[in-house]
Write a protein that binds this ligand. Structure first.
Ligand SMILES: Nc1ncnc2c1ncn2[C@@H]1O[C@H](COP(=O)(O)OP(=O)(O)OP(=O)(O)O)[C@@H](O)[C@H]1O
Ligand SMILES: [Mg+2]
Length: 279
């Protein structure tokens, strides 16, 4: 990002800082079907916001619009108070946005090159987005892999030789390599078993503490959100039905749908009938 693109969050202005990412009235239709309907989101620098809701509620569609991968039918996405760059924007502006917002998906295997060694895939991102070359680049790649808990043996491996949790660590290392301001994580831990989920959640917490990165954390798993996000929005059929601090929303849900969603989490006495949130 160029100096002139910097938001006023770094000035001594006492008014509320400009959100790093803001979505206003986002709407997406596919033919006659309304997938997302008037969604507003606001993410402060270094904050962590969960988007929860059942399957098909519009979470991924919202995330893709926010990350600039999908064009909204209506509404706007603002980045540091500026509109998201369109296809006709200057390459430098688009590249700066692409660098500032990174996405991590549920299946890291799909976004990793199967023939490329892990360390090479990190080096590739670094050489594309930074001025690092030669031994400085190799050092930084090793440092990033170390930061996400991967050692030399894994660094020299192909993705297929890694476990699901290790592959997700590589995807996270690639995403944070470009020092983004926002990481959009779409069901990033959904495919992992519970103990590996816990490790990745801890890793994400540490990365945020160290770097001040902000997270938009998309999940259908209510058990995880309070460990990673201070704020939450609940989506149902493309709309936001409730929003607030995660602790209050989970402890004292106000919207009937949120109550149902919380009631559907498997625990003692869980039955498929009780868990079904369809009216
Ligand atoms: N490209 C598309 N074409 C047509 N319909 C789509 C498309 N993408 C999404 N949809 C529809 O929009 C709705 C919302 O989908 P979305 O993927 O955003 O849900 P989600 O909340 O992420 O669900 P999940 O938890 O299962 O990932 C769904 O009904 C889906 O079928
Ligand atoms: Mg989804």
């Amino acid at each position: 990002m160029s100096d002139t693109d910097m938001s006023d969050t770094t000035t001594s202005d006492t008014s509320a800082p400009t959100p790093v990412l803001e979505a206003v009235g986002l709407r997406k239709t596919f033919g006659d079907f309304v997938a997302v309907d008037g969604v507003d989101l606001s993410l402060a620098a270094g904050a962590s916001l969960a988007v929860v809701g059942e399957s098909g509620s519009g979470k991924t569609t919202t995330a893709r619009m926010v990350a600039g991968l999908e064009v909204p039918t209506a509404g706007a996405v603002r980045w540091n108070g500026r509109s998201l760059p369109g296809h006709r924007a200057r390459t430098a502006v688009r590249r700066s946005f692409a660098q500032d917002v990174q996405m991590v998906f549920q299946d890291p295997y799909a976004s990793l090159d199967r023939r490329q060694r892990v360390d090479d895939s990190i080096s590739e991102v670094l050489s594309h987005h930074t001025d690092l070359r030669g031994s400085a680049l190799t050092r930084r790649a090793a440092e990033l892999l170390d930061q996400v808990g991967l050692g030399t043996r894994q660094a020299r491996s192909l993705p297929r030789a890694l476990s699901g949790g290790q592959r997700q660590r590589v995807a996270i290392a690639r995403a944070v390599a470009v020092r983004p301001r926002v990481l959009v994580l779409d069901e990033a831990v959904a495919a992992l078993d519970v103990s590996v989920q816990a490790q990745i959640v801890t890793l994400l917490r540490e990365l945020r503490e160290q770097s001040g990165i902000a997270y938009l954390f998309i999940t259908h798993d209510l058990g995880i959100v309070q460990h990673i996000c201070e704020d939450i929005v609940v989506m149902h059929r493309g709309r936001v039905v409730e929003r607030g601090r995660t602790v209050s929303v989970l402890e004292r849900p106000e919207a009937p749908y949120t109550r149902k969603l919380i009631g559907s989490v498997p625990r003692r006495g869980w039955t498929p009938k009780r868990a079904d949130t369809t009216p």
